[in-house]
Design a protein around this ligand. Structure first.
Ligand code: FBP
Length: 695
């Protein structure tokens, strides 16, 4: 375009079309803001009450009883309609309240609707009630940094993803001083209640705060948030009270769309293996759901690997009259062999490409790595405690950290020396590649958890896979299958004896749609030898071009593209399921507050069923706690729910593993879940895992 015919930039920017199409607020945002989530029937009543549900039983940890005496006897409570004869309760329900809310931990789609639910319920009960949002997570409580949540603020964020309204953070309220600061903030704001929206650790924190603030008359309610899906609650009798935390569905759907797109690309260009690491710090729920959504060719599930028993090794030891304990559990080496098995089998049927899903936390389930993680976490925590300076600040480089470990192993370190790091550990650790050593030594989060998202899990696994594939290639065991028809026509085109050459080159000539070059043929030289030996070529004569072409096609190149799906899905706008779920969690939290509950977690039972069956409950957080090692010490925390390998969802994935691997001629079985759809009716209304587990 000639500069003279160009519209000047000011005019262009002010053009009505430009303004319309590039406005910050687009149609999708407008539609989302305008959407009213469904409300469970009970929330349409003028007020609600709580009804104890003594038939649901939990075994409580003795330690929890000791440290949380004021909330340990809490019961599971169902939200029920208030009725005319309960005037006292109604009066309490509609009283003016000040409520604080805080997001804690990683963002999860739907958080804004929790705020919207509490806000709408609180204002409906009493327009003078006020809601305050603490800024940047629990840090905001300590610093008394907050914003008053107004109607216009809520309206701007309805049904939108992220925690952008008030942000989030990972600070833990775990010391006397922090408890006192929290109390001071709650009192300064004259709070009646505080709602903590967080994962297992943050809900643990909520229970301790509930105990601490009970005497001050300040109630604390938890909300189960995390895309990882690892907050699930079952009673002693296996009744599911909370089948998933909020945000899980959206993150899984967002990951699934991207991974499904890669399946389409992989199947079109047929040259790459796409290695997709998906978030989930420990549990593999997201990987499992993504597998169900996409039917990728291979999905690792950490919990399944931990369950692995090498029957061959066990049997061999048995024959020697021994028990081989190393046969239990998965090693990195063995895992790389399992992955190679899929790659080799697919290549044999002409598919030297595919899509693989690796859960972020898979290393947690590999024995040898888990031991390192536990030992190093303890060493770092001990160092921080004894020296009152940060391990990572004291040893900023990898070399310095390795040196510290070396001295520890030799017993020549300072008084923080831990007997748990010995010369053997040091030796094994030094065998690992530097990037992995660095990964295992990363700073732990505030709760002492290992930060899997900081480690290139997929690189560790795939480096071993690549090495092993090289060995298999050299042994002639990794080959690309040659389409039998294509082979025949190529040979005939060049006037060659297809059958003669076929029998000389392939090990399965005459049977099967895909032909595999004999294992002994691994180079041009060995190929020539085979053809000469079959009497098809005189010594010293060059190989026919068509034969060379066939051979070249059979030699696999293992090309990968790696992807990490985590932060993107975490920031996605919520699915309708998560919009409805979180709004009702907000309404539930308010009902619990308005009826005097504290130390309870708001949940919705029956998420796996149709919306009309959803049932809002309050669950005692103290009953969910157990003792677990954190920062090298036993601590009371909420138990994480990992994938149950006996669940329907996992068993189905396991049963279909072979089908989805699609290591035979024909189409792959990829499924197209599509993007998260907010309008229209084709979006699924709940996670597939939940639907299967409810069968
Ligand atoms: P929460 O448990 O706090 O919800 O966070 C989960 C998660 O998204 C994990 O899947 C991931 O390992 C981690 O957060 C990443 O943490 P960070 O945001 O600190 O990198």
């Amino acid at each position: 375009m000639k500069p003279s015919s160009r519209i000047d930039i000011e005019t262009l920017l002010n053009h009505s079309k430009t303004e319309r199409v590039i406005a910050d607020i687009n149609r999708e945002t407008i539609d989302r803001r305008a959407f009213s989530p469904k409300k469970c029937q009970v929330f349409s009543e003028s007020f609600t009450m709580l009804q104890d549900q003594p038939h649901y039983r939990f075994t409580t940890d003795q330690e929890a009883g000791k440290v949380l005496p004021d909330i340990i006897d809490n019961r599971i409570q169902k939200i029920v309609p208030g009725t005319g004869e309960h005037q006292q309760e109604q009066k309490r329900y509609v009283k003016q309240r000040n409520i604080g809310i805080v997001f804690s931990g990683g963002p999860a789609p739907g958080g804004h609707n929790v705020i919207a639910g509490i806000f709408d319920a609180a204002k409906t009960a009493n327009p003078d009630s006020r809601l305050y949002g603490f800024i940047l997570g629990p840090e905001g409580i300590l610093d008394n940094a907050y914003v008053e949540i107004t109607e216009s603020l809520v309206d701007a964020y309805r049904n939108l993803g992220g925690f952008t309204m008030i942000k989030t953070g990972r600070t833990k309220i775990d010391t006397r001083k922090k408890m006192d600061l929290s109390r001071a903030t709650c009192k300064a704001l004259n709070l009646d209640a505080l709602v903590i929206v967080g994962g297992d650790d943050s809900n643990t924190n909520a229970a301790f705060l509930a105990q601490e603030l009970k005497a001050d008359g300040i109630q604390v309610i938890g909300i189960p948030k995390t895309i990882d899906g690892d907050i699930q609650v079952k009673t002693e009798d296996d009744e599911v009270l909370c089948s998933i935390s909020f945000g899980f569905h959206t993150a899984a759907r967002a990951f699934a769309q991207n991974i499904s797109n890669l399946c389409t690309d992989a199947g079109s260009d047929i040259k790459y293996w796409h290695i997709c690491k998906v978030m989930g710090r420990v549990a593999s729920h997201l990987a499992l759901e993504t597998a169900l959504q996409t039917h990728a060719n291979l999905t690792l599930v950490g919990e399944d690997l931990a369950d692995y028993v090498d029957q061959d090794r066990l049997k061999a030891a048995e024959e020697r009259g021994e028990v081989d304990y190393t046969a239990y559990g998965m090693t990195l080496r063995h895992l790389s062999r399992l992955i190679c098995d899929t790659i080799v089998k697919r290549a044999a049927s002409g598919k030297n490409y595919g899509v693989m899903i690796i859960p972020e936390g898979v290393l947690e389930f590999i024995n040898e790595i888990q031991i390192f993680i536990i030992k190093l976490s303890t060493i770092i925590a001990e160092f921080n405690e004894v020296h009152d300076v940060d391990f990572h600040a004291s040893f900023p480089s990898l070399d310095a950290r390795l040196d510290y470990l070396r001295r520890l192993a030799r017993g020549i370190s300072d008084r923080a020396a831990s007997p748990m790091w010995n010369l053997r550990d040091d030796e094994l650790f030094n065998d690992l590649p530097a990037f992995f050593q660095e990964g295992l030594l990363v700073e732990r989060d505030t709760h002492g958890n290992f930060q899997f998202s900081q480690v290139k899990t997929e690189k560790i696994v795939m480096d071993m896979v690549t090495d092993y594939l090289d060995i298999l290639r050299e042994k002639g065991l990794y080959k690309v299958g040659i389409n039998a028809d294509a082979y025949k026509s190529a040979m005939e085109r060049d006037g060659l004896d297809a059958d003669g050459f076929g029998r000389a080159i392939f090990k399965n000539y005459g049977s099967g749609d895909y032909l595999l070059v004999k294992e002994s043929i691994i180079s041009r030289k060995t190929l020539t030898q085979a053809v000469v030996n079959a009497g098809l070529l005189e010594d010293e004569k060059p190989l026919p071009v068509a034969v060379i072409d066939v051979f070249n096609k059979s030699v696999p190149k293992f090309r990968t593209q790696t992807h990490f799906y985590g932060y993107d899905g975490r920031g996605s706008d919520p699915t309708k399921f998560d919009c409805n779920y979180t709004y009702n969690l907000g309404l539930t939290a308010f009902s619990l507050i308005a009826n005097g509950a504290t130390g309870q977690m708001a949940v919705i039972k029956n998420l796996e069923n149709k919306f009309c069956k959803w049932e809002p409950l309050g669950i005692p957080i103290a009953s969910l706690m157990h003792l677990e090692e954190r920062k090298g010490k036993l601590a009371l925390v909420i138990e994480k729910s990992i994938v149950d390998v006996d669940s329907n969802a996992f068993r189905i994935v396991k049963a279909l593993r072979h089908k989805w691997m699609a290591a035979e001629p024909g189409e792959d079985c990829y499924r197209r879940p599509g993007p998260v759809r907010f309008t229209g009716s084709s979006e699924e209304d709940r996670p597939i895992t939940l639907m299967l587990n409810s069968i």
